[in-house]
Design a protein around this ligand. Structure first.
Ligand SMILES: O=C(O)CCC(=O)C(=O)O
Ligand SMILES: [Fe+2]
Length: 312
């Protein structure tokens, strides 16, 4: 049993896993995210972001609005044949076939309901006030449709999107209620303050390679790629950096989880027979430089054309 900030004690499942590693669920190594509200004064929100590296905003959007997006995406999954035959699409029952990683995910980037949610005025007004000026977002939307099995590897977002301003924020959006067993976002407490320890990692970029290394040609041609994983072992990483692993007792439709580029995170493995569906998107001041991999009608993303060599 462990207390969540605002409510009754939460009954934890027997085990929770990150990349197959069973987490230590004792209170000094595991806990729940602090909750904030978008209505708090902006100074308070800045302070919270500074302190924690994230803002977990409950009920940021109307549930109905998020449900409409979920309906659209589960409808697409059903049409594409990913859902168990004869089950209601809203249940998003996994049929054993993975939908694909964020880069190759077949869900529709242009879905108007989704774009209205993640790029609409509710969130852009929020960031305009939070950042203190007109905001832009990356055009690319990262879809996560995780069936039974491993969650996302542990990483910081900076290594995937650090070619523009680092004053950049991710918003992770659960498109359905996500139980502990279904595997929501998992963040390492205080890790955004570990700049010194993480310097060698944070100074890298997944599309960069060392021209003075033997395998430079393999990286330049796309034969090899570093996937940006910080660690495959959540326990070992926690032992070296400190902090508890944090998640929500239940991420609910309508919640928004915003965090900075240096917060260490991944997601819990999915122990259920349903897809965990979420998106993540990025916001920054329009006046600051933007990482060109993620803008335009068809952002190049991690295409080989984006590889850059340097002497390391
Ligand atoms: O949803 C996930 O599994 C990972 C999300 C993530 O890495 C992000 O939001 O930056
Ligand atoms: Fe991430």
């Amino acid at each position: 049993m462990i207390s969540s900030p605002a409510s009754a004690p939460v009954q934890l499942p027997a085990q929770l896993f990150a990349q197959g590693v069973s987490l230590d669920l004792s209170p000094d190594t595991f806990g729940f995210l602090k909750e904030s509200s978008a209505d708090e004064p902006v100074d308070r929100l800045h302070q919270q972001m500074e302190e924690d590296g994230y803002l977990y905003l409950r009920e940021f959007w109307d549930r109905d609005k998020v449900q409409a997006v979920r309906d659209s995406l589960t409808g697409q999954l059903a049409k594409l044949g990913f859902l168990k035959a004869g089950t209601p699409p809203n249940e998003a029952r996994f049929d054993g076939r993975e939908v694909g990683r964020a880069m190759g995910n077949p869900l529709n980037q242009r879905d108007p309901l989704l774009r209205d949610l993640v790029f609409g005025s509710r969130i852009t007004d929020f960031f305009q006030s939070f950042l203190g000026g007109p905001v832009s977002h990356f055009d690319f939307i990262w879809f996560r449709t995780k069936g039974h099995g491993l969650g996302s590897a542990i990483h910081c977002d900076l290594v995937y999107m650090g070619r523009g301003t680092h004053n950049l924020y991710t918003t992770w959006v659960p498109l359905g209620d996500v139980s502990l067993q279904m595997g929501g976002l998992l963040v390492l407490e205080g890790s955004h303050r570990k700049g010194e320890e993480l310097k060698p990692y944070l100074s890298r970029d997944v599309d960069e390679y060392c021209t003075n290394r033997e395998d430079a040609a393999d990286y330049a041609s796309g034969k090899k790629w570093w996937d940006g994983t910080l660690s495959k072992n959540a326990i070992a990483l926690q032992q070296s950096l400190g902090g508890r692993w944090l998640t929500s007792p239940e991420f609910r439709m309508g919640d928004a989880m915003m965090f900075n580029m240096t917060l260490v995170h991944g997601s819990l493995d999915n122990q259920t027979d349903r897809f965990r569906i979420s998106t993540d998107t990025r916001y920054q001041l329009s006046a600051e430089p933007i990482d060109s991999r993620w803008v335009g009608d068809t952002p190049p993303g991690h295409a080989v054309s984006q590889r850059q060599g340097r002497v390391c």
